[in-house]
Ligand binder design. Structure first.
Ligand SMILES: C[S@@+](CC[C@H](N)C(=O)[O-])C[C@H]1O[C@@H](n2cnc3c(N)ncnc32)[C@H](O)[C@@H]1O
Length: 339
């Protein structure tokens, strides 16, 4: 069992139309890969610089690579959000550092909300308005220094790969009922997000996902190296695979770190989150789970012949009939994955 995701067919139609304006098609694997490499090199050499949206190669790279990948990651997060009814009662989204509206487009696939996009560059707005007519933003804004929040109690502030340079969310976002924070799943960004989680808890927010508890994060407090991250399997279309053949980076699975928080309390659940991949060890399999401040592993001995593949990132029923050995919860039967 795997968590498989892709991006919607309507995005691909829009990407095709947009690429035609650069005299490119999805079949131009080499030319597309060249643009992706140029943007990837740019970020490697100038990590502090902003996305060079004025360059056509950066626009092409975003359209054919970062938009498909990030919207697939977001589809995985939105599915987990929906399992907890995270969007209930929300009416507006403020998508900060929206880029090609990646997060708003992804949320709009499932939830009819009003989208207010904040993006410093003007090019993404032009691309979205021209080639993604199915998506209607209520407003685009270049900066969000002075709060113009219409109804913060019904607003979700989204930071999708736009928090990287900030150590905290901006002041206006603290007025919002709900927060969706998505960060690259690097050790540095992931641990920074866990620190921010603590600060947001102290400031009246409750965590809806991935955590099922509000205690200290065991990955932060009981390890110097761990960071919480999720993984989804990417069902890439043929043209993407062909383009990827020209690239050093492969994307069969995609990882991301995220936090979903609201001022309203979530419904209490007796569940644990699977926060690790299965590790095969001598005589047993182990997989890290999170259900409280302890850093814990589910473990099942090979001699019990339990055949289970639990996808990283899902919720499981809190294992009760277990034998606790150090940080291991040894189970004697398959665990129940929650829908
Ligand atoms: C890494 S991109 C992420 C784009 C998109 N959210 C996604 O998930 O793919 C970060 C975006 O934030 C924008 N940005 C950075 N700082 C900003 C600011 N202070 N105000 C508005 N936009 C900003 C950049 O122009 C860039 O498009």
């Amino acid at each position: 069992m795997q968590r498989q995701f892709t991006f919607p067919a309507s995005f691909q139609e829009s990407i095709t139309k947009a690429l035609a304006s650069y005299k490119l098609s999805l079949q131009d694997s080499k030319a597309l890969a060249k643009c992706v490499l140029a943007l990837s090199d740019y970020f490697i050499h100038k990590p502090e610089d902003v996305t060079p949206w004025h360059e056509s190669w950066a626009q092409v790279a975003y359209l054919c690579y970062y938009l498909p990948l990030n919207s697939t990651r977001l589809a995985g997060i939105i599915e987990e959000a929906d399992k907890r009814n995270f969007f209930a009662g929300l009416e507006r989204v403020v998508d900060f550092g929206a880029g090609l509206a990646t997060a708003s487009l992804s949320i709009s696939q499932k939830h009819a909300l009003q989208f207010h996009l904040v993006e410093r560059a003007s090019e993404p707005q032009k691309i979205i308005e021209t080639y993604f007519p199915q998506f209607k933003a209520e407003e685009w804004q270049r900066t969000f220094s002075a709060p113009r929040l219409k109804d913060p109690k019904k607003t979700l502030a989204v930071f999708s790969y736009s928090l990287t340079e900030l150590s905290d969310i901006p002041d206006w976002a603290y007025q919002c009922e709900a927060l969706m924070l998505v960060e690259p799943s690097t050790q540095q960004d992931g641990r920074k997000l866990l620190q921010l989680r603590q600060k947001l808890l102290e400031n009246g927010y409750h965590v809806w996902a991935p955590c099922t508890h509000e205690g200290p994060c065991p990955l932060l407090t009981q390890s110097k190296h761990d960071w919480c991250h999720d993984r989804v399997h990417f069902q890439a279309p043929e043209w993407f695979l062909k383009m990827e053949e020209q690239l050093p980076m492969k994307n069969r699975t995609l990882t991301m770190s995220y936090l979903l928080m609201r001022k309203t309390r979530p419904e209490v659940i007796t569940a644990a989150r699977v926060v690790g991949d299965r590790l095969e060890e001598k005589g047993k399999d182990r997989q890290m789970i999170c259900r409280g401040p302890e850093r814990e592993f589910l473990a099942w001995m090979h001699k019990l012949k339990i055949q289970q593949e639990i996808p990283r990132g899902v919720l499981i029923k809190n294992p009760t009939e277990v034998q606790k050995v150090s940080n291991e919860l040894r189970v004697s039967k398959e665990v129940e994955v929650l829908d």
